[in-house]
Write a protein that binds this ligand. Structure first.
Ligand code: NAD
Ligand code: TYD
Length: 344
């Protein structure tokens, strides 16, 4: 199989490419990424010289580029990870989310119809289902839960999913969609909760917790997500959506305290800051469908996964320090310091 992976220089995409290139030497992996602030080719240094791997820099919303790439490479399968992925950025600047997540996805869909792609897999998120109340731990997102988005990010992802489904129904494109819970693990950009807290705690910097820290996320180790997508590509039923999650719900405060304990830093570093606008309260996935139909089960629980992840960030300080010394600092200034959320 020739698999075109978009967004393969980002966090989950890079983990997926690394996994697929090594796990399936019989498959060819073509990685297409625009290398935005979130794309980092350092994430791919272990596979860059492998014979079954190739990289292209380009924009999924650039029609001419995408059609030329499909003409040249003739992929069998497309796995679309490419996206703007950070909720806080979507609150600051929604339009780039429409551009990449909606227009980019429909551009890929058009090319996929024209070139007879055998499977288009859309990597989506549990955030398309909105949020659940904190006082109803019995409720979970299933594949039947209505789309009910909160942020410009989740709205753009939901819009993309609707187009993916429309191209299946209208044009017969063989699609699958996966909606996964919050991922964590190596190569996550240090603007997201877990790597942000690890990098700041090790430097004895304040840890900004939004609101009261009681919001709940359902955490999945990134490799378990990658393995689920691989399984869906091979065994998933065309036209179906699969929710992916491992029942690892934690409050943000629990996550931050776990990080502090692991790096042996005091809880006094925690600082409560102004809440995120429209902040979703709780995400929680019911993974029964993928477990029963495809036999997927996660290999890591939160305790094992977070220990591995923290160790990775401690062993790879150069990786995140390179990022922190670049554009990210302007971002932190703008989102936290200029807004008076943290004073430093
Ligand atoms: P990320 O921000 O780390 O990576 C996104 C990648 O897409 C980057 O390499 C970036 O350069 C690339 N990209 C952005 N715009 C592009 C464009 N126009 N053309 C080509 N490439 C472009 O994101 P991530 O956390 O790895 O998420 C990957 C996918 O998984 C996204 O679609 C996201 O919605 C979805 N997802 C993420 C999570 C999570 O917890 N991170 C959970 C569920 C689903
Ligand atoms: P994030 O990693 O941005 O993922 P998402 O918003 O897609 O779930 O945030 C995870 C949770 O952590 C979310 O409830 C917001 C919260 N959070 C903080 O409290 N402080 C921070 O500095 C960040 C980035 C997130």
């Amino acid at each position: 199989m020739k698999i075109l992976v978009t967004g393969g220089a980002g966090f989950i995409g890079a983990n997926f490419v690394n996994y697929m290139v090594n796990e399936h030497p019989e498959d060819e992996i073509i990685n297409l990424d625009l290398l935005t602030y979130a794309g980092n080719l350092e994430n791919l240094k272990d596979v860059e010289n492998k014979p079954n791997y190739k990289f292209y820099k380009g924009d999924i919303a650039d029609r001419e580029f995408i059609f030329n790439l499909f003409e040249k490479e003739r992929p069998d399968v497309v796995v679309n990870f490419a996206a703007e992925s950070h909720v806080d950025r979507s609150i600051e600047n929604p339009s780039i989310f429409v551009q990449t997540n909606v227009l980019g996805t429909t551009t890929l869909l058009d090319a996929s119809v024209k070139y007879g792609i055998k499977r288009f897999h859309q990597v989506s998120t549990d955030e398309v289902y909105g949020d659940l109340p904190l006082d109803r731990p019995d409720l979970f997102f299933t594949e039947e839960t209505p789309i009910h988005t909160s942020s410009p990010y989740s709205s753009s992802k939901a819009a993309a999913d609707l187009f993916v489904r429309a191209y299946h129904r209208t044009f017969g494109l063989p699609i699958t969609i996966s909606c996964c819970s919050n991922n964590y693990g190596p190569y996550q950009f240090p603007e997201k909760l877990i790597p942000l807290m690890i990098s700041r705690a090790t430097a004895d910097e304040k840890l900004p917790v939004y609101g009261d820290g009681a919001n709940v996320r359902d955490w999945l180790y990134v490799l378990d997500h990658c393995k689920a997508i691989d399984l869906i590509l091979r065994k998933g039923k065309v036209g179906e959506t699969y929710n992916i999650g491992g029942h690892n719900e934690k409050t943000n405060l629990e996550v931050v305290k776990t990080v502090l304990k692991a790096v042996d830093k005091p809880e006094s570093l925690i600082t409560y800051v102004e809440d995120r606008k429209g902040h979703d309260r709780r995400y929680a996935i019911d993974p029964t469908k993928i477990e029963n139909e495809l036999g997927w089960v996660p290999e890591e629980n939160f305790d094992t996964g977070i220990a591995k992840t923290i160790q990775w960030y401690l062993d790879n300080e150069d990786w995140w320090k390179n990022i922190l010394s670049g554009d990210y600092q302007n971002y932190f200034q703008k989102m936290y310091i200029d807004k008076g959320r943290v004073s430093e």
